[in-house]
Design a protein around this ligand. Structure first.
Ligand SMILES: Cc1cc2nc3c(=O)[nH]c(=O)nc-3n(C[C@H](O)[C@H](O)[C@H](O)COP(=O)(O)OP(=O)(O)OC[C@H]3O[C@@H](n4cnc5c(N)ncnc54)[C@H](O)[C@@H]3O)c2cc1C
Length: 542
């Protein structure tokens, strides 16, 4: 029999080996009654007013004939114990079959959505072609370094474009609000490809950019091992359409590839591809998103605020936070987003003449800095432009303003949080982690007034929730514009574009996902729908 035990805790300094003793004592079990204990989820309960502790969800296998129900209920206060019902493992996916594609399906984009779509197809025996406009990890790394160290931007190979997509230079947080049985499958694949096994149990799992770079290369090798083909430096530049159906694509403005099935997983930064889709009449719609700034604090200060006097305990990871504020006066919300403990703020320019910020960290999260985006929601009616692509022009405008304010060399405009709030002093900026570099500026000039106002009120609320957040030590860096896609490539229930058969838009760029896990899940879904379109079965064509 297997029990699920939720809410058992360990104090700082206690080791997981103690869990067996704790479970036995909780349930009044004799020696030898527990055959096996597996951690399903581990989280930290840190409330400042009491010592932080680790909280566990466990699967406990008992030896045959053991009676666990006789333990007194009072000993289980705050802990739930239930018998696990055997369920089929949905995360394993549908069975493979043997139907045949007339022409080879193509996946555009080697981010999480494209990679997992291609893998799903390949695992079902489909010979798939994966096209990526950027470069493979080693070459891409050199391009990104040239940008961070010398301000040289390669417009086809940067933090957004290249193997692994936008997540390769990230914190690799794997949190997702989506409840989906395939989430554990995605995580298992990532572990098989080199991610730390902790991601299977941690409530806030993360991989880190250093490990992610290895993982995405291994994913590519696995895809090739399954019969897939991967081409870098291959940008889908046009779409061939006949009677409302896709019949082919153009690569790099020169090569024609005949295909009836394209999984379009291009992320949210391929403005040129969006424009081409619009030109070809593919249904697009504007979508709300959010913009703002990055805030960076010393990590030690965040630890002190979150952990109180227990800050610095070797069992505690660098603390994080998630803060929200309703800005009633503006009828908007302000919130922290993509917080990177022990990380670094990075320049993520995607087009010449624009500055964009974001955050990244290594697996060990060992830097002395904590950063997070702080953003205010933007509605489609704020965009002030016509048509579905108005959001692209809107964010591009503020990225250009930030570029000018930063000195026109890809340094970012930056200001102390206290100066931004007071609007008076402009003290020199202290140290911050941003690459390629920062230049002092008044950040109220680099964002629309409603965002500036929303941020100011939001920070005041953050200070109430997390006293000490507003400090001279906090630096703001701008601008954060790529929280999610401002465009949706409208698709129907069958996963296809509503007016172009054979086009399967998915991932963040399609406007139906955001973040590594949800984009990967959306890629899997796209591949499965594509297979369903053939009657539910897929296979390799000779
Ligand atoms: C710096 C940074 C840090 C982040 N941190 C996190 C984090 O910690 N956790 C998290 O969950 N999310 C994070 N994100 C967001 C996350 O990376 C994205 O949500 C996710 O990568 C989206 O996946 P995707 O596959 O839909 O698109 P992308 O990852 O953007 O991949 C799209 C790919 O398509 C390629 N492409 C574009 N156009 C074409 C074309 N026409 N032809 C061929 N290829 C094309 C691009 O080069 C790119 O490689 C971060 C993003 C950034 C930029």
């Amino acid at each position: 029999m297997v029990l699920k035990i939720n809410g058992l805790t360990l104090a700082l300094g206690e080791r997981e080996g103690l869990l067996t003793v704790r479970v036995a004592s909780l349930l009044g079990l004799p020696d030898g009654a527990i055959a096996d204990i597996r951690v399903i989820r581990r989280s930290i309960d840190a409330r400042r007013t009491r010592p932080p502790r680790f909280v566990y969800l466990l699967a406990v296998r008992l030896t045959d004939g053991v009676d666990w129900r006789s333990a007194p209920e009072r000993e289980r206060a705050g802990i739930s114990v239930t018998e696990e019902v055997d369920k089929p493992d949905e995360s394993r996916g549908a069975s493979s079959g043997s139907a045949v594609f007339e022409r080879r399906p193509v996946v555009a984009g080697c981010g999480p959505a494209g990679l997992f779509a291609a893998l799903t197809l390949a695992e079902k025996g489909v010979s798939v072609l994966l096209l990526e406009r950027g470069r493979a990890v080693p070459e891409r790394l050199a391009d990104v370094r040239a940008f961070w160290e010398q301000g040289i931007l390669n417009p086809e190979s940067h933090v957004h474009f290249g193997e692994g997509g936008a997540g390769t230079f990230s914190d690799g947080k794997l949190t997702s609000r989506v409840k989906n049985p395939f989430t554990s499958r995605v995580k298992r694949v990532l572990v098989d490809m080199g991610a730390p096994a902790d991601i299977l149990v941690d409530a806030r799992p993360h991989i880190g950019t250093d490990r992610l770079r290895e993982v995405v290369v291994n994913l590519r090798k696995r895809l090739i091992g399954l019969g897939g083909e991967v081409r870098f430096g291959a940008c889908v530049t046009d779409f061939r359409i006949h009677k409302g159906g896709l019949v082919g694509i153009v690569v790099n403005n020169s090569e024609e590839i005949r295909t009836d099935h394209l999984v379009l997983a291009i992320g949210q930064s391929a403005a040129d591809t969006y424009w081409k889709l619009a030109e070809r009449g593919v249904a697009l719609a504007p979508k709300p998103f959010a913009i703002g700034l990055r805030v960076e604090h010393p990590q030690e200060l965040i630890n002190r605020i979150q952990y109180g006097r227990w800050a610095g305990h070797p069992d505690l990871p660098p603390a994080d936070y998630f803060l929200t504020a309703k800005v009633k006066a503006l009828n908007r919300s302000c919130y922290s987003f993509c917080m990177c403990p022990g990380g670094q703020v990075i320049g993520c320019s995607a087009e010449a003449g624009g500055v964009i910020t974001n955050g990244m960290s290594r697996l060990r999260r060992e830097s002395p800095w904590a950063n997070s985006a702080v953003v205010v929601n933007v509605r489609t009616e704020d965009l002030g432009g016509e048509g579905p692509l108005a959001g692209l022009a809107f964010r591009r405008h503020w990225e250009e303003i930030a570029f000018l304010a930063g000195g026109s060399d890809y340094c970012a405009p930056a200001e102390r949080l206290t100066d931004f709030l007071s609007g008076k002093n402009h003290s020199p900026i202290g140290r911050c982690s941003f690459l390629p570099g920062v230049k002092g500026a008044e950040l109220r000039d680099v964002l629309p007034p409603f965002v500036v106002e929303g941020l100011k009120r939001g920070f005041a609320e953050f200070e109430r929730k997390m006293p000490g957040f507003i400090t001279e030590e906090a630096i703001l860096i701008g601008v954060e514009t790529r929280t999610s896609s401002p465009v949706r490539i409208t698709r129907g229930e069958d996963g296809q574009s509503i007016n172009l058969t054979g086009l399967y838009p998915c991932g963040e760029g399609a406007g139906y996902a955001g973040g590594i896990i949800s984009s990967a899940l959306d890629g899997i879904r796209a591949a499965e729908r594509l297979i369903l379109s053939l009657g539910g079965q897929a296979g390799r064509r000779g």
